[in-house]
Design a protein around this ligand. Structure first.
Ligand SMILES: *Cc1c(COP(=O)(O)O)cnc(C)c1O
Length: 368
């Protein structure tokens, strides 16, 4: 019997265990030297001036909007198709979320619809590099410049991804997550990246209760600190990130080659990007004779985990429906939600695992 192939699995090796053990033995558990080293290594990896470590990806987004001093009723744009944290951070700050539709091939923010959704109240745009593929950075950047908007990059699924040879998180304000399903992990954990020194200083202040030092609290801040335990883990994972991503890419390319089923649209990659495949998401085509859920059940019974990222546009989630029944429909996002399905692509898979996944899917169609 084969082991079940989960949809995601972090790789934690001896080096990680030793690094965390060293921190435990030192007794310096909370934010300190290991966090600082992790921040510096992250900055040099991304070629940005500042990295500010925080407790998770959600607090990275939240702290970013807080630091930019937006005012109540300012509008912040989020893609309708993303993990809910992308939009929730807008609500945390008492701001107004406005949802933009996505491109039907890449599932990333659609620059044309973005233009349509901008109003005099728009202050910021959160672009998501979904599944590890950079969004159309150039087009979005130009729109932000034209309208004087803050550009936040949600890089939670795109550590090491590149657009025109430049790493994501270095175009706007980058927000990363190190949750175990991401391309690298610290358990929980997050990072904010920016070339703006003043912003970085403000982020550092706000993540630690607005404390200038010696209990001199000059602003209403939070406890969004990262622990040394996580920093030590992150340093090792960052060293291995390129190797992890290389494996994700070769797994994705092998799936592209081996999946022959006609009822499925494989991931579409735009030119001039490095896609790091946090997810290998396929679209079950409309003319496919059975429901996507049937295929997922079949794969599950054959020992292959799948997932739907994500089953509904954010504005369809109950919490957003309770707030308003007036959301503008994003028709592409609606459709993508009904068709999308993620297959395992994570770096701990063997070539044999990938062959098995492809073969099982191909068999499913042959049976129909
Ligand atoms: C994971 C994720 C987040 C949130 O990160 P957490 O560390 O889980 O809080 C935000 N945005 C996207 C797109 C994500 O995938």
């Amino acid at each position: 019997m084969r082991d079940f192939i989960p949809i995601a699995r972090p790789i934690i090796g001896r080096e990680e265990i030793e690094a965390v053990g060293d921190v435990l033995a030192s007794g310096m558990l909370t934010q300190g030297e290991s966090v600082k080293k992790f921040e510096e290594a992250f900055s040099s990896y991304l070629r940005v001036k500042n990295s500010v470590a925080v407790s998770n990806g959600t607090t990275a987004l939240d702290l970013t909007l807080k630091a930019k001093r937006l005012r109540q009723d300012d509008e912040v744009i989020s893609p309708a198709f993303s993990f809910i944290a992308t939009a929730n951070c807008i609500l945390y700050q008492g701001l107004k979320p406005v949802f933009v539709d996505v491109d039907s091939r890449t599932f990333n923010i659609d620059p044309e619809d973005l233009k349509e959704k901008i109003t005099p109240n728009t202050k910021a745009v959160i672009g998501v590099h979904l599944y590890g593929q950079p969004f159309e950075v150039k087009a979005v950047q130009e729109i932000c410049e034209d309208h004087h908007l803050i550009l936040v990059e949600d890089c939670a699924q795109a550590h090491g991804a590149e657009y025109n040879g430049k790493k994501v998180g270095s175009f706007g304000i980058g927000c990363f997550s190190f949750y175990p399903t991401k391309n690298m992990t610290t358990g929980e954990g997050g990072m904010i990246t920016t070339d703006d020194d003043d912003l970085a200083a403000r982020l550092r202040l706000l993540r630690n209760h607005g404390d200038l030092g010696k209990y001199n609290h000059v602003e209403l801040g939070y406890n969004y600190r990262m622990m040394n335990l996580q920093g030590a883990l992150g340093l090792i994972q960052l060293k291995r990130l390129d190797e992890f991503n290389k494996k994700r890419i070769s797994n994705a390319e092998l799936l592209n080659k081996k999946i022959e089923i006609t009822g499925i649209a494989k991931p579409y990659k735009i030119d001039d990007v490095k896609h790091v495949y946090n997810q290998y998401a396929v679209k079950v085509k409309e003319d496919f004779p059975v429901a996507r859920e049937k295929l997922m059940d079949f794969l599950q019974s054959e020992g292959i985990g799948t997932a739907i990222h994500y089953p509904k546009p954010i504005y369809r989630q109950p919490i957003y429906q309770e707030m308003s029944d007036n959301w503008k429909i994003c028709s592409v996002a609606e459709k993508v939600c009904s068709q999308i399905m993620s297959l395992p692509v994570h770096p701990s898979l063997t070539e044999d695992d990938i062959e098995y996944i492809a073969q099982t899917i191909n068999e499913f169609e042959a049976q129909l």
